[in-house]
Design a protein around this ligand. Sequence first.
Ligand code: SAH
Length: 241
Amino acid sequence: MTAKIRLYVEHPLGAGQTIPVDRDQAHYLFGVMRHGVGGRVALFNGRDGEWLAEVAEAGKRGGALICLEQSRPLQMPPDLWLLFAPIKKARTDFIVEKAAEMGAARILPVQTEFTNSERIRQDRLQAHAVEAAEQCGGTFVPEVADLQKLSRLLDHWPEVRQLMFCDEAEVGNALQLAAASHKGAPWAILIGPEGGFSEAERKRLHAMGQSHVVSLGPRILRADTAAVAAMTLWQQALGDW
Ligand code: SAH
């Protein structure tokens, strides 16, 4: 019993639970997808795994779903944060979408010395993470944090969290992530802005005990490409792939 449509809901999920359908979901489910009473959908809320549910009421402005059975358990990604400096809107959206698909546990936009963007729309980025999880079959949705200063984040950096620092100054050097180093530990990946890191930032990041400086090959990648490449390398070496 599979259901093609996957919906993220806030509501707790469990056998027999009634899940209210809000206006937007009603428009999508009953209007766009033409589902009616008895139709099947897959639901997840980021906590209770994926549940098969049946449409019990279908209206223009709302409706109700009944949870039937769990179709998949909750699958948590590894404890990996992605830190990146927001760039242009479409590229920032891309980074959030890809991070959610590739298995980041938390997404943290950071302001570095050369970051162009002063503001982000956290709610919009969070919605992108939800959509990516709906689309890729994920049962977990990474939290997108508010924009914060990288220097502040580093001031309170957790002792045990390792940091894969992607430093464009190492372009062309053979600095790879050592497979199996700190496997199972909490990790973070740091990708800089279009302008790169400042010398002061670079110095500080190199000096951190948790820092693992990595090169992403002989060419300078754009930040969105670098984020995907870095997550691939990390997942392959230390993650759940
Ligand atoms: N303007 C900078 C490049 C910034 S690229 C310059 O010309 O030096 C954006 C980010 O992607 C960088 O801050 C870094 O985190 C990452 N990145 C891109 N290419 C990289 C590479 N070859 N090695 C390591 N990190 C890289």
